[in-house]
Design a protein around this ligand. Structure first.
Ligand code: FES
Length: 125
């Protein structure tokens, strides 16, 4: 007999197109920052990474246990322009494509969030 399955919790929605996340100047080159949107008890969490004028955004949710990779800017574990690692069990993800290259979720990926830089601002698109 099959066990009844529990309903899967849906992730909170991505912020709307056009939402300004921050100024490009607020992101250090080779560094990153974390942001949250929506209700405090169930926010949408975002990580921005900057390489020169390029900004990459990842949903701040580890594919291993679904935990945030980092809750504070100063807790981000980065190798500039190369990798970021999860604070929980230290899975390491490639900077550019979000693929886990080492750790408990090797081969899985972070979820990308489309962003652009316009007039010095980083926006959700
Ligand atoms: S929750 Fe991120 S590596 Fe386990």
């Amino acid at each position: 007999m099959q066990e009844p399955s529990l309903p899967r919790k849906q992730p909170p929605a991505t912020p709307a197109t056009g939402t300004v996340v921050c100024l490009l100047a607020d992101l250090p080159d080779g560094g990153g920052r974390v942001f949250s949107f929506g209700p405090e008890d169930d926010p949408f969490r975002l990580i921005l990474l900057r390489s020169g004028d390029q900004v990459i955004a990842w949903h701040n949710r580890c594919p291993h246990f679904g935990q945030p990779l980092a809750l504070k800017d100063e807790w981000l574990i980065l190798k500039p322009h190369t990798t970021l690692s999860c604070n929980v069990h230290y899975a390491r993800f490639r900077w550019n494509d979000g693929v886990c290259e080492s750790g408990d979720c090797e081969g899985e990926s972070l979820t990308g969030v489309p962003v652009t830089v316009r007039d010095g601002q980083v926006l959700i698109v």
